[in-house]
Design a protein around this ligand. Structure first.
Ligand code: PMP
Length: 307
């Protein structure tokens, strides 16, 4: 890959890319025993800024707590390390990938709580569902796979193993020619995309599935809710039936990698006019405006890399 960063933060030190390695018997490779984050850094008029770093680091610690994993660095160290990983590579914008995992702890299924390895990589990553998707919308399908059921594997933790579910959803969607797949939860209600939360708009009301154990509590989801409420829209976090996808005026998905992306069709049924909707456009402008300065960051969501 051409996108490899020169340095990766690994267990407290910046290491050259080729030295940030793990063994083939790494516990996390065999059992998915890792927790991780995806964080974006934007190139703003005030220099590179990390978006909602606190919330992402908190979610990393929350995910670890669910799995009784002891992260051997404190909140501040991880936060600073995220910035170091960006700065060390001279990146103006970046995608950050902090990960805590069980490494060389043997292959017993129940991991000891320590040692835990922590790595943070920063690299460039463009629009996850394409620049064109951001403008014209993406085509999605409802996948045949259900999202993880509550009390099977916690979707509230951003854990490595969960992404086998996301891979099945996304691979099936792509195999059938769609950009992304949306999964129903175990009760047949809408949960989320493979790596995005979902918003549905009908008659100017914005609906999104609740935090009821079937979705990741997305930080972009929270951002979108906050911005929508500021615009005065009614936002309802409630269970949504599948047919709402087909009757929506507008649909958009949110995620750190995906950002705010319009959905133009679901199962080959056009969403509204089949183009980016008015409210979605407003949401996108407000969101991306945070990074060019046209939206005032009244929430303290941006943190400079070089502080
Ligand atoms: N759901 C899943 C399954 C995800 O992987 C992601 C991406 N982290 C999201 C939702 C969106 O979360 P966030 O906005 O915090 O990136």
């Amino acid at each position: 890959a051409t996108n490899n960063p020169e340095f990766i933060w690994f267990n407290g030190e910046l290491k050259p890319w080729q030295e940030a390695q793990v063994h083939v018997l790494t516990h996390a490779i065999h059992y998915g025993s890792s927790v991780f984050e995806g964080i974006r850094v934007y190139d703003t008029p005030n220099g590179p800024q990390v978006f909602r770093l606190k919330e992402h680091v908190q979610r990393l610690f929350d995910s670890a707590k669910i799995y009784r994993m002891e992260v051997p660095f404190d909140f501040q160290t991880i936060s600073d390390a995220c910035k170091q990983a960006v700065a060390a590579n001279g990146l103006a914008s970046a995608y950050l990938r902090p990960i805590a995992f069980y490494g060389n702890v043997g292959l017993g299924l129940t991991p000891p709580r320590v040692p835990v390895d922590v790595a943070i990589a920063a690299f460039q990553w463009g629009a996850y569902l394409g620049e064109e998707g951001l403008e014209n919308g993406v085509d999605v399908c409802v996948t045949s796979w259900n999202r993880l059921a509550p009390n099977t594997m916690p979707t509230g933790a951003k854990a490595g193993g969960n992404y086998l579910s996301s891979q099945l959803i996304s691979m099936e969607a792509k195999r059938h020619g769609y950009h992304e797949g949306i999964a129903m939860d175990i009760n047949g209600m809408i949960s989320e995309g493979a790596g995005e939360n979902l918003f549905i708009i009908r008659d100017n009301v914005i609906f999104t599935p609740p935090l009821s154990g079937c979705i990741l509590p997305g930080i972009t989801r929270n951002t979108a809710i906050t911005l929508a409420k500021k615009f005065g829209y009614e936002v309802r976090e409630e269970l949504i039936a599948r047919e709402s996808l087909y009757l929506a005026d507008e649909i958009f998905m949110t995620g750190t990698a995906a950002e705010i992306v319009p959905v133009r069709s679901v199962d080959q049924i056009a969403v509204g006019s089949g183009k980016k909707g008015e409210i979605t456009d407003k949401m996108q402008k407000a969101f991306f405006g945070l990074f060019d300065g046209s939206t005032t960051d009244e929430w303290g969501w941006l943190e400079p890399v070089n502080s």
